[in-house]
Design a protein around this ligand. Structure first.
Ligand code: KG4
Ligand code: ZN
Length: 343
C-alpha cells in the first residue's frame, strides 16, 4: 500500500454495545478495512444484550480485531495518523474496553487520539457510501438506544432538531419482536416478516408529541401492539403475526419519514440522510427515498454494512474531528450518556 503524506489514515475503534469493531479509513471517506466481530449469537441466548458478558467478549476480541483491521488495510502502525475511539453514548463496561485499548496503543505508538460520539459516527457512515455528500443536510438517526433528527450544519457540527420522548425506534422494534415471539435482535426479524403481511390490516397510532412537530413517541405504538395481542389472546383469536409486524412497522416508519422530511423542508435544506441500525430497515429506506424525492429533496443512506455498529463510521467521524484540531488525552473516559454535539 502506497501512503502519501497528504492523505490521512484513521483507525476507528467501536465497542459501545455488542459489536467489537475496528477499521481503517482514508480521508474520512475511503474504507480500507472494516472488521466486525458481532456478539449477537451470544446475547441471543438471553433475549438481549447482557452488559457484563458484552464487556468480557470485547476484552477477548479487541486486540485481534484491531490487528486484522491493520492487516486487511495493508498498513503498519507508522502509517496511522490518528486513533479514533467511541467514548459514548453506550454501555459503560463495553465503552471502557475500546477506550482503554485506544489509549494504550496511542501511548505506546505515540499516535494522536480522538474521542468520537457514537451517534455522530452513525451520521458519518453516510460519507462512506456517498463521496459527494456535504453538509448541510437533515439526518434521521434511529438505533437501538437513540432516535433523533439532527441538522448537520457542517462537518463535526450538529444540532438536534427532534428527539424521542420515550423508547428509541430500534427499541420498539426489539420489544414488538419479542412480544410476537421473533426473538433478538428484533429489527431485522420484523423487517423480514413484515414483507409477508398487510401494513393496513391493523391501525396502530401515529403519535405526535408535545408542541414539537419533529419529536417522536414510540411507547404508544408499542403498547397498542401489546394490547392488540392481549385482546386477541383473551378472545381466543389467532393472530396473524405478519400483519402485526407489517402494520407496526408502517406506523413507525410513517412517523420517522414524515417528521424528517418536514424538518428538512422547514429548515430550507435540500438533502435528507438516514443513519443508525434502523436505517437498515428495507421499508424505511424505500419510504424515505420516495417521500424525499417527491418533495424535491436528495436522499442518502449508508450501505447496510455501515448502518449497524462498525469501526469505519467512527474512523470517518474521527477524521473530521482530527482535521478540526480536536485531540483527546490519556484522561479520556467513557461517557455512557454523552449527548450529540457535546465536546
Ligand atoms: O445502531 P445499532 O447497530 O446499535 C445501537 O447503537 O443501538 O442499532 C441496533 C438497532 C436494534 O434495535 C435493531 O433491532 C435495529 O437497530 N435494526 C433494525 C433493522 N436492523 C437493525 N430495525 C429495523 N429494521 C431492520 N432491518
Ligand atoms: Zn449504534
Amino acid at each position: 500500500m502506497n501512503k502519501t503524506d497528504k492523505d490521512l489514515y484513521i483507525l476507528g475503534i467501536e465497542t459501545s454495545c455488542d459489536e467489537t469493531a475496528a477499521a481503517v479509513v482514508k480521508n474520512g471517506r475511503v474504507v480500507l478495512s472494516n472488521v466486525i466481530y458481532t456478539q449477537i449469537p451470544t446475547h441471543t441466548l438471553y433475549g438481549g444484550v447482557v452488559p457484563e458478558i458484552a464487556s468480557r467478549e470485547h476484552v477477548m476480541k479487541i486486540n485481534q480485531v484491531i490487528e486484522k483491521a491493520l492487516t486487511d488495510a495493508e498498513l503498519g502502525w507508522d502509517d496511522i495518523d490518528a486513533i479514533a475511539v467511541t467514548y459514548g453514548p453506550g454501555l459503560v463496561g463495553p465503552l471502557l474496553i475500546g477506550v482503554s485499548a485506544a489509549k494504550a496503543i496511542a501511548y505506546a505508538k505515540n499516535i494522536p487520539l480522538v474521542g468520537v460520539n457514537h451517534i455522530e459516527g452513525h451520521i458519518c457512515a453516510n460519507y462512506l457510501t456517498d463521496n459527494e455528500l456535504k453538509p448541510p443536510y437533515m439526518c434521521l438517526v434511529a438505533s437501538g438506544g437513540h432516535s433523533h433528527i439532527v441538522r448537520v450544519d457542517d462537518y463535526a457540527k450538529y444540532t438536534i432538531i427532534g428527539r424521542t420522548h420515550d423508547d428509541a425506534a430500534g427499541e420498539a422494534f426489539d420489544k414488538v419482536a419479542r412480544a410476537i415471539g421473533l426473538g433478538y435482535p428484533g429489527g431485522p426479524k420484523v423487517d423480514k416478516l413484515a414483507r409477508e403481511g398487510n401494513p393496513d390490516a391493523i391501525q396502530f397510532p401515529r403519535a405526535s408529541v408535545g408542541d414539537s412537530p419533529y419529536d417522536f413517541s414510540f411507547s404508544g405504538i408499542k403498547s397498542a401492539v401489546l394490547n392488540y395481542l392481549n385482546g386477541a389472546e383473551m378472545k381466543g383469536e389467532e393472530v396473524n403475526k405478519a400483519d402485526v409486524a407489517a402494520s407496526f412497522q408502517q406506523a413507525v416508519i410513517d412517523v420517522l419519514a414524515d417528521h424528517t422530511i418536514k424538518a428538512a423542508i422547514d429548515h430550507g435544506l435540500k438533502t435528507v440522510a438516514l443513519a443508525g441500525g434502523v436505517a437498515a430497515n428495507s421499508l424505511l429506506r424505500e419510504t424515505m427515498k420516495e417521500r424525499a424525492e417527491s418533495a424535491g429533496l436528495t436522499f442518502n443512506c449508508p450501505e447496510l454494512i455501515y448502518c449497524t455498529d462498525n469501526g469505519a463510521m467512527i474512523a470517518s467521524a474521527g477524521y473530521y474531528e482530527f482535521i478540526e484540531g480536536r485531540r483527546a488525552d490519556l484522561y479520556l473516559n467513557a461517557i455512557p450518556n454523552l449527548k450529540i454535539g457535546e465536546r
